[in-house]
Design a protein around this ligand. Structure first.
Ligand code: XIL
Length: 315
């Protein structure tokens, strides 16, 4: 029988999911679905800085290594997520009082150590995550504040040195359509390419909600990155619903997933469509957006929702 993964193969792209490390270890039906349905995986949290280096200089790769081994066994590719972000940083880093020079060396070391640890095992790295504000200015973060905007080019150069074969992405949300944020990102990557900075792809997260209009201009947006010679991917698709969800909302949700997938299919260089979790059981949405949920393509009993059929039919 066809899975999302095998259907994606015919369309020339990987179909992935974010993976919850605890569920992978403890929930057998969950593990079976990850293995059976998908052709790429992303660690939902296990490769974030706070997870891999909770104490300065003390690495814990266990959960991330588990996932990488699992993926290898199941012939799945791995998206590495993420190296430079303002969020989920370890306390020692958030609370530390470092000079610019020290912080630059900490970042260099982190990228080098992490990319080297996984060298040859990661298909695409989300090197820089969520660097922009909605108005297209760069987001205020310890990186921007202390290192200036050059931290972005540095991060890509350091990652490329550590694993020259990994495909290096910049990733963000609310950049599905043509807007101030996606346009600023387009300008940034244009400049980086002109300076021969090793950036290879743009990741479009794809966190939607049924109460907002779907990004029907997604192909216009993705194709302008394509024209720069960049790869693209939908990296974190989900479509949240104000709870409780009714059948109209589940249909609207299916359409949201369809819009995202079609954007990818219409873009020659789009090579991965990843959902941010596949079952409502482990979704990040209820914790982050109180009163909203049911954002995934399978329900809490692993029964397929309309969105799952839409993805299959669209592929
Ligand atoms: C989320 C995880 O899903 C949650 O479990 C965690 O508590 C917070 O982060 N954009 C990203 C992801 O790039 O890393 C975020 O993941 C969701 C938004």
């Amino acid at each position: 029988p066809q899975t999302l993964g095998t259907l994606g193969q015919k369309a020339g792209l990987r179909i992935g999911t974010a993976v919850n490390a605890t569920a992978l270890a403890e929930d057998a039906p969950y593990r079976a679905k990850v293995a059976g349905e998908f052709s790429s995986v992303t660690a939902e949290n296990a490769m974030k800085w706070e997870a891999v280096e909770p104490q300065r200089g003390t690495y814990d790769w266990a959960a991330a290594d588990e996932l990488v081994d699992f993926a290898k066994k199941n012939r799945q590719l791995v998206r590495g997520h993420t190296l430079v972000w303002h969020s989920q940083l370890p306390a020692w880093l958030n609370n530390g009082d470092f000079t610019a020079e020290e912080l630059r060396e900490i970042l260099h070391q982190h990228i080098t150590d992490q990319v080297t640890h996984f060298k040859g095992k990661i298909w695409q790295w989300d090197v820089v995550n969520e660097a922009f504000n909605e108005d297209g200015t760069l987001r205020d973060s310890i990186w921007l504040r202390k290192l200036g905007p050059g931290y972005i080019a540095d991060a890509f150069r350091w990652a490329h040195e550590a694993d020259p074969r990994a495909r290096l992405f910049i990733n963000d949300y609310n950049i599905e359509g043509v807007n101030a944020k996606s346009t600023a990102l387009h300008e940034l990557v244009t400049g980086l390419r002109e300076q021969r900075v090793p950036v290879h792809g743009v990741g479009i997260q794809g966190h939607l909600g049924v109460q907002y209009s779907a990004p029907h201009d997604i192909a216009d947006n993705m194709l302008r990155f394509d024209r720069l010679g960049l790869e693209t991917a939908i990296t974190e698709a989900d479509v949240r619903i104000p709870m409780p969800a009714d059948s109209t909302e589940l249909e609207a949700q299916a359409e949201g997933y369809g819009v995202l997938l079609r954007g990818c299919l219409l873009t020659p260089g789009c090579n991965d469509f990843t959902v941010w979790g596949f079952t409502d059981t482990y979704s990040w949405v209820p914790d982050t957006f109180p009163g909203q949920g049911a954002a995934n393509i399978f329900d809490a009993d692993y029964a397929p929702k309309p969105a799952y059929s839409t993805l299959r039919q669209t592929l």
